[in-house]
Design a protein around this ligand. Sequence first.
Ligand code: ACO
Length: 217
Amino acid sequence: MNIWRNTAAHPGWPRAVGPVRVRAGLVRLRPVRLRDGAAWSRTRLADRAHLEPWEPVAEVNWEARHAVSSWPSMCSGLRAEARRGRMLPYAIELDGEFCGQLTIGNVTHGALRSAWIGYWVAKEVNGGGIATAALALGLDHGFGPVMLHRIEATVRPENAASRRVLAKVGFREEGLLRRYLEVDGAWRDHLLVALTIEEMSGSATSALVRAGHASWS
Ligand code: ACO
């Protein structure tokens, strides 16, 4: 086995991240897996109105795209990207149960060492600090084992909850990307936010703990 090749091709993968405790319960990130299909489909179909205003359009309609039968190929595709070192597709777990996803995507190494981060959390458990904890865990993992230098995110200006999550872990606004992404039937402006490792004063998760928003399990 070529150890150097395995670790260098996809640093930080497939390691689980966390846990950390927030108001809703114990939050951790772990690689998506085939048996997430039922929970993924059930949640995505039930939460369509909650999710669709913020997600890029797709050619396949929502119902077909989120059928249980769609998950195996989607999951395999995500895991194949992860094996190539281009993505870290995580399930967000709350007390051991699937409750959303956090993805670190477009991972580039070399002189850029950059990636984007995005997430969603099931509506029924919103407001309990899950996304904030997941994002902090994702940032620490990205700047730590994945060895990134810059992590960015894009968010619609109207997405007040997500903007609050990004602000809570310290993301800085860099500008407005006009008509950036086709979302919910139109080309929507998005705010670009980012963090570089120099702006991190230690771990993002530890900062949440110090601020009283989370505790170690
Ligand atoms: N206006 C202002 N603040 C709000 C609003 C609102 N309408 N709704 C919620 N909030 C605040 C909450 O009070 C909380 O802040 P607080 O802790 O200071 O009180 C914060 O937003 C939410 O924090 P969490 O509880 O950590 O987040 P949650 O687990 O509820 O998940 C999320 C938030 C991810 C935005 C969820 O609602 C969701 O999945 N939405 C649909 C998909 C989505 O928007 N994904 C993000 C796309 S952008 C991106 O990925 C970078």
